[in-house]
Design a protein around this ligand. Structure first.
Ligand code: TRP
Length: 454
């Protein structure tokens, strides 16, 4: 039953890097700062870190072990591990979530391409903060410009997906992750040394718990799932390409640590700069795109060549980080269609890409000419973001923890965690306890409060 012709990630570091490539993306550098800004700063970050530790890491290990044990796409995985049950719906819901996320995520990924172009043609030079705000709002509400970039971005993702797992995914992650890391650190150093940056640093480090309400918890939990690529079978699909020797717990720890580190460094780039030039921290999805060009202009005002170099490099890396994430989202849906409906990988990928172009177009238009059209008070872009990050992913996480905690045979769990008895498993009991009790109760509690169900 178990197919042996599936691809594998070539090396141990390949598994970590590919998963980290999926996790690190716009979620860290674009979404984390604006959610932090919307939810009042440091207290949100503390709750976020709590969510990563208590929910994120254990659920990531759970996804890994489901994927590696079954060696199938996410819906197929549940069919293999729990044949004749309804658990495969968890996988299917994940596939749907992945499709929706890919659609609106690609809109923002497309914006990064526009910014590469602007950086490369030196059009940031000499502009004021207000110019950047106006330029971004006229770009993002332009009916056709963002659409072109959306299509370009999805086609690049498509091309890499068709080339296959190892060549495409692994290689690109190996090169770009370390470079991105270094550049982020350089930019954070520049940002904190801008005049007036200390207010931003205070915003990040001094928690104001009076602002914490149930929506802050829901926001932090959603952000943790989104940023770690959890709750929809993404890392489960990647783990189906892991080798037998990959240490699942260690991989989950490294990926979560890298992901959280990048998000926090991104916070140290955005907020000191935003406070320094008077941009409101709760500017929403535009925050990154209106703040950052100022960092390049102001921090390197004496050395325009450096401003030019760093801005081009940054947007290229941001686009690449987004690319390794769109690849992982696309792969979930493509692997599902390919394996469950016996389509060729090429046709499966073509269906996903065209579907996302259509939905992505609608999401993009909902920020401009289609602003008036709302559902539950939200435009399509915001609606997709809310439904996936704040509902579908935590619900997926809840079901995954129940599946591994209560349903899956503990011999399988043990075997995967210890690589067939080779590795020690000192935290095994704690892991099972979290999956059985802590994670389901915490997620339900945050849900019920955050959505105001009672
Ligand atoms: N985690 C990625 C980011 O932070 C986005 C992403 C990739 C994702 N795969 C996912 C989000 C699966 C949720 C589920 O940019």
């Amino acid at each position: 039953m178990i197919k042996n012709d599936r691809a594998n990630f070539g090396s141990k570091i390949g598994a970590v890097l590919a998963s980290a490539g999926s996790a690190v993306g716009l979620g860290n550098i674009w979404r984390f700062p604006y959610e932090t800004g919307n939810h009042g700063g440091a207290a949100f970050i503390l709750i976020y870190i709590g969510c990563v530790l208590i929910l994120g890491i254990p659920i990531m290990v759970a996804e890994f072990l489901i994927g590696r044990h079954s060696r199938a796409n996410t819906a197929g995985a549940y069919q293999r591990l729990a044949p004749g049950t309804q658990w495969h719906w968890v996988g299917r819901m994940g596939v749907l979530a992945g499709f929706l996320i890919l659609s609106y995520y690609s809109v923002v990924a497309g914006w990064t391409l526009q910014f590469i172009l602007e950086a490369a043609t030196n059009s940031f030079a000499g502009k004021s903060p207000t110019d950047f705000i106006n330029a971004f709002s006229s770009f993002s509400s332009n009916p056709w410009q963002p659409l072109i970039w959306l299509v370009v971005f999805l086609l690049v993702t498509h091309f890499i997906i068709v080339k296959g797992v190892e060549k495409g995914i692994e290689k690109s992650s190996k090169i770009m992750m370390p470079v991105l890391f270094i550049l982020l650190l350089v930019l954070a150093t520049c940002s904190v040394s801008l005049p007036g940056a200390s207010d931003g640093i205070r915003f990040l480090l001094k928690p104001d718990f009076s602002k914490v309400d149930s929506s802050v918890f829901l926001g932090a939990m959603g952000q943790a799932f989104f940023s770690l690529s959890l709750g929809m079978g993404c890392l489960c699909t990647y783990a189906s390409y892991f080798r037998r020797e990959t240490n699942l717990s260690k991989t989950a720890l490294s990926v979560s640590a890298i992901d959280t580190f990048v998000a926090i460094v991104a916070g140290f780039i955005i907020f000191p700069a935003a406070f320094s030039i008077g941009i409101q921290p709760d500017a929403g999805p535009s925050l990154l795109f209106i703040t950052l060009p100022n960092v390049f202009q102001q921090a390197f005002s004496n050395i325009p060549a450096l401003a030019y170099l760093f801005s081009v490099l940054f947007y290229v890396l941001l686009a690449l980080a987004a690319l390794t994430s769109t690849i992982s989202l696309h792969e979930v849906v493509t692997a599902y269609l390919h394996e469950e409906f016996h389509l060729s990988r090429k046709s499966a990928a073509a269906i996903v890409t065209s579907g996302c172009i259509v939905l992505g177009t609608l999401c993009s238009l909902s920020l401009g000419v289609g602003k008036g059209y709302t559902l539950f008070g939200l435009g399509l872009f915001d609606l997709f973001d809310f439904v996936t990050a704040k509902l579908m992913l935590p619900l997926g996480g809840l079901l995954i923890s129940i599946f591994v905690g209560w349903f899956l045979n503990k011999r399988i769990v043990c075997k995967e965690i210890s690589n067939n008895g080779v590795l020690n498993r000192p935290y095994y009991r704690l892991f099972i306890f979290i999956l059985q009790f802590i994670a389901p109760i915490a997620i339900l509690f945050i849900f019920i409060n955050g959505l105001g169900l009672f």
